[in-house]
Ligand binder design. Structure first.
Ligand code: MG
Length: 339
């Protein structure tokens, strides 16, 4: 009888554990211990919510740069920026986020189809929401304004005419990869164009591309937002972003122009480490064998998601990498960068 009770208790505990796991939450219903949501001041007119990172407030492009790390040459005037040569990227990287962008095709626009004042808002620099004048300007539906480019047309055409400001509110869920690059979950987008839902939790097929379907490929957890130069002077204003996963350990984005600093060969007696430029990330090799990717938490501290490994880079006074210290399994391994 005693053993029967123990068995019953055992299975009851297992079963309650399964139920708790199935609910997907560590909290009980109406749990007063559950943390209160942060109080946020909602936007009043054209300003950002109080917890947003403002990417453009109409004054300067200090949050942006070009591929090569140089300052953008886009024009800033009268509270907006206008496209000039060279797409621009945020200096910071973002993963899951809410992004607000306002854009305008000027009333004196000229063109037709894809030439109807083309630009684009890219999440993580790979996933484009098309910017185009689609007011009485037809093109292929998966390339009109609001399309997830080359994949999905917007549910409806919610364009205002040229000369009026358009808004995009994008809720983006980044793809998840395992350490080997297998997709654990795809990217999703919910998008409102001028307050109208045009994508409802849409599952993306992969990277967006012209005339081809590109599959997902392993990339860091955070990458920049990019605004596209497609040769037309489209205008943007009031751009802000709210990160939706700020408390997890996630990799930051190392600007393209700074990445070369880390690539090369590192030596200590008996071992050679090599860091290579692969999949937008940093592939770590030990004595000629690929081991894992390492992800930056800052410009000097990287970590592996696969193995319990932490890496600190040594830099000289000019910011040039001179070596790295790898910590793993209680050991500390100091190396010098040799090429
Ligand atoms: Mg475009």
């Amino acid at each position: 009888m005693k053993s029967f009770l123990l068995y019953t208790l055992f299975f009851a505990l297992i079963f309650s554990g399964i139920l708790q796991a199935q609910s997907g939450s560590q909290w009980r219903i109406h749990d007063t211990e559950r943390p209160q949501p942060t109080v946020v001041t909602p936007p009043q007119g054209p300003t950002a919510p109080s917890d947003a990172i403002v990417l453009f407030d109409g004054k300067d492009l200090s949050e942006w740069h070009q591929w090569n790390g140089e300052a953008p040459n886009w024009v800033v005037k009268d509270g907006y920026m206008e496209v000039r040569q060279g797409s621009i990227l945020t200096k910071r990287g973002f993963g899951d986020c809410q992004l607000h962008v306002e854009w305008m095709v000027p009333s004196d626009w000229e063109g037709s189809g894809q030439g109807g004042y083309n630009s684009g808002v890219y999440l993580m620099k790979y996933y484009e929401i098309q910017v185009l004048n689609s007011y009485e300007n037809k093109t292929y539906p998966d390339g009109q304004a609001g399309a997830i480019y080359g994949q999905f047309p917007p549910l409806v055409n919610s364009m205002r005419p040229p000369g009026e400001w358009q808004t995009y509110d994008i809720i983006f869920h980044r793809p998840r990869f395992d350490a080997e690059g297998k997709v654990l979950s795809p990217a999703y987008m919910t998008v409102l164009h001028n307050g109208v839902v045009i994508h409802n939790h849409r599952e993306l097929l992969g990277k967006t591309e012209w005339q081809e379907q590109r599959p997902y490929a392993l990339h860091p957890d955070k990458l920049p937002v990019m605004l596209q130069d497609h040769g037309n002077p489209v205008r943007f204003r009031n751009i802000w972003v709210r990160e939706l996963e700020p408390n997890q350990r996630t990799a930051v984005y190392i600007p393209h122009a700074k990445r070369d600093n880390y690539f090369g060969e590192y030596k200590k007696p008996g071992d050679t480490y090599v860091i290579k430029d692969e999949r937008d990330g940093f592939a770590f090799y030990i004595n000629g064998t690929y081991k894992y990717d390492i992800f930056p938490e800052s410009e000097t501290h990287f970590y592996s998601k696969k193995v319990n490994t932490e890496i600190d880079f040594k830099m000289d006074s000019n910011g040039k990498v001179t070596g790295l210290v790898k910590k793993m399994g209680g050991g500390t391994y100091k190396t010098d960068k040799v090429k």
